[in-house]
Design a protein around this ligand. Structure first.
Ligand SMILES: C[S@@+](CC[C@H](N)C(=O)[O-])C[C@H]1O[C@@H](n2cnc3c(N)ncnc32)[C@H](O)[C@@H]1O
Length: 322
C-alpha cells in the first residue's frame, strides 16, 4: 500500500469510527480511473466543474484577480536565490492563472518545487513551467505537505507559496499545529505566502458552496474510499451533502448525512452507520485578516504584509519567521 493510501485508510477509519472529523480534505482531488466508465471518484473533474460552472464560486476568480494585481508586490519579498516551494499547485489553469504570474514577477530564483498529492497536477505543472520558464529547474514532489511539512527544510532560502485557500481546509487546531511546524521548518529566513478567504457573508458563502457541484465534489470522496480502500459492502450513494455555516468559528462545514442504515467492513473492521448519521468530512474556514494573523503569531510566524482583493474577500498574507 502506498503512503498516500495508508494515510487515506487511517483517516477514513477514524472518521467512520467517530474518532476524528474534518480530516478528508486531502482526498478531495481523486483522479478518475480511465478503466471505469464515468468513474464517480473523480474529484479532479468535480473541482474543475465547480470552479467553471458555479457562477457563485468566487474564490477561484477573485484570487486570480488579486494575484495578478499584486504579483510584483508579493514577488518583492522573494530573496534572490530562493527555492520556491508550492503547496498544492492544483489544476493546469490554476497554475497558469495564479502561479505563473507570480513566478514571472520574481526577478531571480533558484528552483521551483511543486508539492501535491495529485500526480496529474505535478506533471502538468512541470510541463508548463518547462515551456514558460525553461531556465528554472523543477523538482516535483508527490507528498502530503501537511503531514510532511518538514520537507521545506531540505531547501535553502525557502519561500512557500500556498494559494487556493487550501490552508483553510485545516481545522483550527491543525492550522495552529501547521503554523508551529512550518515556522520551525522555515528558520532562519524563510517566507510563507498564503492565500485565505476572509468572507463572512453567509449569503455569498451559500451561493459558493451550497450547490450541486460542491455536493458532487464532497461526495466523490466516498466513491474514492469505495474504489481504492479495502472496503466491503460500503454504499457511497446512500449519503447526501449538507452545507453548514458556523459564524462563531468562521467555518463552512462540508458534511454528508446517511440516507439509510448500512453495514460494511473497512480493513477488517465491521462498521454500522445509522440512518441520519452526519459525518463532517472537511471544512473551509473563512478567517478574518486579524484572526488569521494572530493565529500565525501564536504559531511562531510574523505577519510582514497582506494584500486584500477589492471585494474584501480574498487575501494574500506574507509571513516570516519570528
Ligand atoms: C483547492 S486546490 C487548490 C488548487 C490551486 N492551488 C488553486 O489555487 O486553485 C488544493 C490543491 O492542493 C492539493 N492538496 C490538498 N491537500 C493536500 C495535502 N495535504 N498534501 C498535498 N497536496 C494537497 C490538492 O491535490 C490540490 O491540488
Amino acid at each position: 500500500m502506498t503512503n498516500f493510501n495508508a494515510s487515506f485508510l487511517s483517516d477514513a477509519r477514524s472518521l467512520f469510527l467517530g474518532e476524528q472529523e474534518e480530516n478528508m480534505a486531502a482526498y478531495l482531488y481523486s483522479t478518475p480511473d480511465p478503466n471505469i466508465e464515468n468513474d464517480p471518484a473523480n474529484g479532479e473533474v468535480c473541482y474543475m466543474e465547480l470552479i467553471s460552472q458555479n457562477l457563485g464560486y468566487y474564490l477561484y476568480k477573485e484570487e486570480i484577480q488579486l494575484i495578478n494585481n499584486v504579483a510584483e508586490k508579493i514577488a518583492a519579498y522573494v530573496p534572490e536565490e530562493a527555492n520556491i516551494i508550492e503547496f498544492g499547485p492544483g489544476t493546469n489553469i490554476a497554475f497558469q492563472n495564479k502561479t505563473l504570474p507570480f513566478l514571472k514577477a520574481v526577478e531571480k530564483f533558484k528552483s521551483y518545487i511543486p508539492v501535491d498529492v495529485c500526480e496529474t497536477y505535478l506533471h502538468q505543472t512541470q510541463k508548463i513551467l518547462g515551456r514558460e520558464l525553461p531556465e528554472i529547474p523543477v523538482q516535483i514532489m508527490q507528498d502530503d505537505f501537511i503531514k510532511n511539512v518538514e520537507l521545506v527544510q531540505k531547501f535553502a532560502k525557502p519561500v512557500v507559496f500556498f494559494k487556493g485557500s487550501t490552508i483553510t481546509n485545516l481545522s483550527i487546531s491543525n492550522c495552529l499545529k501547521f503554523f508551529g511546524r512550518i515556522s520551525q521548518a522555515l528558520k532562519p529566513d524563510g517566507i510563507l505566502i498564503v492565500g485565505v478567504d476572509a468572507n463572512q457573508n453567509q449569503s455569498s458563502l451559500r451561493k459558493a458552496y451550497n450547490d450541486g457541484k460542491m455536493a458532487k465534489l464532497t461526495l466523490s470522496i466516498l466513491y474514492f474510499i469505495n474504489r481504492d480502500l479495502p472496503v466491503d459492502g460500503f454504499e457511497p450513494t446512500a449519503f447526501n451533502y449538507e452545507f453548514n455555516w458556523v459564524a462563531e468559528t468562521h467555518c463552512v462545514e462540508h458534511n454528508v448525512r446517511a440516507t439509510e442504515e448500512q453495514n460494511f467492513v473497512l480493513d477488517g473492521i465491521p462498521i454500522n452507520i445509522k440512518k441520519g448519521t452526519k459525518f463532517h468530512l472537511l471544512s473551509s474556514y473563512k478567517y478574518p485578516v486579524d484572526y488569521f494573523q494572530n493565529q500565525a503569531i501564536k504559531g511562531g510566524l510574523k505577519p510582514i504584509d497582506c494584500f486584500i482583493d477589492e471585494n474584501k474577500r480574498m487575501v494574500i498574507h506574507v509571513l516570516g519567521v519570528s
